[in-house]
Every structure is written in C-alpha cells, then in structure tokens.
Design a protein around this ligand. Structure first.
Ligand code: SAM
Length: 296
C-alpha cells in the first residue's frame, strides 16, 4: 500500500515512484491472471474521484483495491469503503496498511461470488443505494458489469476503468459500428458516459490495450417497461447476425411464423430491411412488446 506520504508524492507527480516503491517493499509481483495493472497516474486517479462525487454520507464498494491507491482516496471522501480483493497476498498487505483507518472494510473474496445485498446488510448499511469504484481486472469486466446491472436497485453510480473498446461499445448509440447488445443492455438500465481515455502508461505494468473510465448512473426504473427476457431474446437475435437485415435476423425468433413476423414489423412500423445497429432502444422496446403479443 502506498503510504500517507503519497500526498506529497502526488503533488510532485510521482505516484508511479510511490507505487513501485510499495511493490518493492512488499515484494509484489503483479499477477497477470488477476489483471493486476496498478494505476500510477494521479490525473486519472483524480478523474475517477471527481466522477464518483463522494460525500461523507456515501458508502463505496471498491472492486479490486490492489495496493490501495484508490482505496485511500475513497476513504478520505466517503463515510465507508468496502473493498473486495481476491488476491490473498494483496489482501494481507492492505489489511496491515489500512489498520489505522476506521472507515475501510476489507474482504478477501471473489467479487463475482459476493452477495452485495447481504454484504451491505451485514455492514449495517441501511441506505438503499451505494456507489461503486473500480479499476477493473479486464478478464472479468463483462460479468462484473452484468452483476452490477442485476444489483442496480442497491446502486446509485459506478465509476469503472475498463478496456477502451468495451467502454466505447457500452456508450455507443444507434448507427455506430460498435453499437451492439451490450450497449442496449447497459443503456436500458443506466445512463452511461465516457469520462476519459486512459493510455497504457497510466499503469504498472502497462497493459497491451488502451483503457477508459466509464461513469454508469443506474436508473431507478428500466428505460422502457418490457419483459426483460423477451427483450434479451429480440436483441440477441437481431445482433447475432448484425450484417443481415432484420427480416432475416429475426426469422428464428421462437414462437413466430412468417405471418407473425410480418405483423411484428407492420405493427411496430419498423422497416424489416434495416439492420440491428440502426435501431434505437425505443425501437427494441416496441419490438419486444409486440413480440410478447404475437407469440401468444
Ligand atoms: N485498484 C488497484 C489500482 O487501481 O491500482 C488495482 C487494480 S487491478 C487492475 C485489479 C485488481 O482486482 C487487482 O488487485 C486484482 O487482484 C483484483 N481482482 C482480480 N480479480 C478479482 C475478483 N474476481 N474479485 C476481486 N478482486 C479481483
């Protein structure tokens, strides 16, 4: 963990030196399989903190605290930080180094197995919605995002570092080359915003890919009220064959014959010769609603 003296280091722009020194002191060898790329750029750290917009009333869950660079700053601004780290070695380092801070709770577990609702209950967090901050390990980005969306009733905002391509896909709108089922799924339940791009040099060790910070504000209700399973079926069918026109891509929708498929388009007013990437969220809502009626 980077010591309290890091304030001075940060002002001097030497977060990198502080992180490297902490790694040497604790004999840390970053584990690739756990996506251990430690943040060493104070400007990016500040962007994350600015986006989280902390107050002392806030409870923040940090996923993968690593050496604690972000954790310590979160603890300064929030009432409580719950940090979940799967790596036993890093967990032990963090435990020792944060022992003097009374508003950090550390858990040594796999976030994908954590029951967030139970966790908050056990910590006596009664307020319904908390924040999430994370420099995510890239190999579990999608399952973590899916988990956060499923637990959205507990969450207010998530500020996450992800691979740049993933961030662009999530934030993309209709007509974009990278607009896809992940964009529709995330935007159905949240307002998403690209905060900034992050180059590989912002980390030690530097990853092979570029990254980006994404701010996700969870909606209290889904953007459109439709059956979630049917929506998923329609969106996945449409994008599974994204180069095909909708008439062909949606031909395989379970429970629809050719006649019902034609009605699906005529009743929604959606042109069957369009492609999936041109449809808005509202169009998908219309298709899912009409599909619910037609499949009987
Ligand atoms: N927050 C630190 C930083 O910004 O420097 C470390 C970020 S590093 C990209 C990802 C962290 O997530 C590592 O500390 C890694 O051990 C941890 N991690 C990886 N898989 C995890 C999992 N399934 N659950 C919890 N933490 C995990």
């Amino acid at each position: 963990m980077v010591q309290d003296g890091s304030d001075r280091d940060r002002r001097a722009g030497s977060l990198a030196a502080a992180v490297k020194s902490a790694m040497r002191r604790h004999g840390v060898h970053p584990k690739k399989r756990l996506g251990q790329n430690f943040l060493v750029d104070e400007r990016i750290l500040d962007s994350i903190l600015d986006s989280v917009e902390l107050s002392k009333d806030d409870v923040v869950i940090e996923i993968g605290p690593g050496l604690g660079v972000l954790t310590r700053e979160l603890a300064r601004g929030a009432g409580l930080v719950i940090a979940i780290e799967v790596d036993r070695d890093l967990f032990q380092i963090l435990q020792t180094e944060t022992a003097h801070l009374d508003n950090i709770v550390l858990l040594n577990e796999d976030v994908l197995k954590t029951d967030l609702s139970l966790l908050l209950q056990r910590q006596g967090v009664s307020r319904a919605r908390v924040k999430v901050a994370a420099n995510l390990p890239y190999n579990i980005t999608t399952p973590v995002l899916v988990k956060l969306i499923k637990d959205r009733d507990l969450l207010d905002r998530a500020v996450v570092m992800v691979q740049k391509e993933v961030a662009e896909r999530i934030a993309a709108g209709p007509g974009s080359r990278v607009y896809g089922s992940l964009s529709v799924f995330m935007q159905w339940y949240a307002d998403v915003r690209l905060v900034r791009a992050v180059p590989p040099e912002a980390f030690v060790p530097a990853p092979k890919v570029h990254s980006a910070v994404l701010c996700i504000d969870f909606l209290s209700e889904p953007r459109f009220n439709v059956d979630a399973d049917l929506l998923e079926t329609v969106v996945h069918s449409a994008f599974a064959m994204r180069r095909k026109i909708l008439k062909n891509a949606l031909r395989g929708l379970p429970g629809l014959d050719a006649e019902s498929l034609a009605l699906l388009f005529s009743r929604t007013g959606i042109d069957p010769s369009l492609r999936a990437e041109t449809l808005s969220l509202e169009d998908y809502a219309a298709l899912a609603r009409e599909y619910a009626r037609l499949r009987g």
